[in-house]
Design a protein around this ligand. Structure first.
Ligand SMILES: [Zn+2]
Length: 288
């Protein structure tokens, strides 16, 4: 089973950012130009409770996608849902009083895809995360949530109890003070169109990164195999707290593998690679 295929192009995109239409510092035009100038292939503009981009269009070589961020307050936590790729006017159909699953359902009904934003920053619990359905991914890393940017732990706990979220990484840019262009998602779409991006994400053909490239990720002959740009560390995570051979370290490591432990009850596995600059790339967790 190949999770990342070596023979398909990748498109690099940020699926979460804000403009002056909500609490972002820059106008939509400036935000789009900044990401285009950084060489991004696609960008979803996801203002709070506001759709800034009604339909997809090409800004030069970059695809700009409609998006929105919905927010809900639950006892002791918040839930933020990013929607992107909607094809209909979502605003009149939303009912914030009905909670986050309603937002997810409306995003989907409008042709979009839903992402759980920054679950660690939001103090989301395993029970909350386990209850959602029809969600395309969760943000394993959110650049703007500087105090709790990394959600791998709560997503691993949730996965260990049976609910796997594929991983994206996003900037959630607001201030444009250096957080833009740090965390992104690489999608193996067949073309640079909204439909192709959504289809590839439905098929799980994407990974999260801050720099390292995942060239191939596969489950083969009882092992998880990763091929990547040169890194210093490769970590394999699963629901088992301790197993041998899950940390590979060295200079310019470009491939690594991990023997799976079916007999010990291993149910999911994922990999994270970290380069010499400390930048990570993450595969999504895979159900075994
Ligand atoms: Zn946001």
């Amino acid at each position: 089973m190949e999770l990342i295929k070596p023979d398909r192009p990748f498109y690099r995109g940020n699926l979460h950012c804000h403009t002056t239409n909500s609490d972002g510092a820059w106008a939509p035009k400036a935000v789009i130009e900044a990401y285009r100038a950084m060489g991004y292939d696609f960008l979803a503009v996801t203002d709070h409770r506001h759709v800034s981009i009604p339909t997809p269009y090409m800004a030069g070589s970059m695809l700009v996608l409609p998006g929105i961020e919905l927010d809900y307050a639950l006892p002791q936590e918040v839930v933020h849902i990013v929607g992107f790729g909607m094809e209909q006017d979502i605003l009149p159909r939303l009912d914030y009083e009905r909670g986050p699953q309603n937002g997810i359902n409306v995003i989907r009904a409008c042709g979009g895809r839903a992402i759980i934003a920054h679950p660690h920053w939001s103090l989301n619990t395993m029970a909350t995360l386990s209850a959602f359905h029809d969600v395309t991914a969760a943000e394993v890393y959110n650049t703007m949530s500087v105090m709790r940017p990394d959600s791998a732990n709560i997503l691993d706990v949730t996965a260990a109890h049976g609910r796997l979220y594929p991983f994206v990484a996003s900037d959630d840019s607001h201030a444009y003070a250096g957080e833009q262009g740090i965390s992104y998602t690489m999608v193996q779409a067949e073309a640079l169109t909204a439909d192709a991006i959504k289809a590839a994400m439905d098929a799980g053909l994407f990974y999260a990164s801050q720099g390292p490239r995942l060239k191939r990720v596969a489950i083969e002959a009882g092992r998880m195999i990763v091929e990547c740009s040169p890194v210093e560390r490769v970590y394999f995570f699963s629901n088992l707290v301790w197993t041998p051979g899950r940390i590979i370290q060295g200079k310019d490591v470009t491939q690594a593998s991990y023997a799976l432990h079916h007999a010990e009850g291993e149910r999911f596995v994922r990999c994270q690679v970290i380069d010499a600059q400390g930048h990570s790339a993450w595969s999504s967790p895979v159900l075994l």
